[in-house]
Write a protein that binds this ligand. Structure first.
Ligand code: ATP
Ligand code: MG
Length: 140
């Protein structure tokens, strides 16, 4: 992945609520180009691995149950200043505290069911992107 790219993951709540298309559109409208996208699901073991940094947190079990509850849509996005601008577009972790107009404010329903993930650094974007996409899918 390049340093003008980020990784995102649309969470199961959005897919089951029927807001997938709307969110993909709003990401493109904000100037992000879709480099890779798929609809997939996580097994419990995969979800525990992906969220491994949170395994000691009190919310871990709830987070894993939620993340395996239905299909998810991981994506690689490209834009200048992608990591920071995308975190801005999605808003704070807790939808109740997210700035008006952000994706989490509009579509998140709780701190766990917060609609979407955005990588917090280039290194994590790289790790998270390669968790979901093969080299062939990333054209590297
Ligand atoms: P993400 O990594 O999904 O972009 P984030 O960086 O804003 O979100 P993290 O602290 O990395 O937040 O937490 C990862 C995910 O765990 C959150 O997106 C949310 O779904 C869940 N989570 C975080 N904090 C809590 C909490 N206090 N209670 C319940 N769930 C939480
Ligand atoms: Mg995070």
């Amino acid at each position: 992945m390049r340093d003008n790219q980020t990784f995102t993951l649309i969470k199961p709540d959005v897919v089951s609520d029927g807001h997938l298309g709307e969110i993909v559109q709003s990401i493109q409208d904000a100037g992000f180009k879709i480099i890779a996208i798929k609809l997939t699901r996580l097994s419990r073991v995969e979800a525990m691995d992906f969220y491994g940094v949170h395994k000691e947190k009190p919310f871990f079990g709830k987070l894993i149950d939620f993340m395996i509850s239905g299909p998810i849509v991981p994506m690689i996005l490209e834009k200048e200043n992608a990591i920071e601008d995308f975190r801005q577009l999605i808003g704070a972790t807790n939808p109740a505290l997210a700035e008006k107009g952000t994706i989490r404010e509009k579509f998140g329903t709780s701190i766990t069911k917060n609609a979407i993930h955005g990588s917090d650094s280039i290194d994590n974007a790289e790790i998270e992107g390669s968790f979901y996409f093969s080299k062939r899918e990333l054209f590297v």
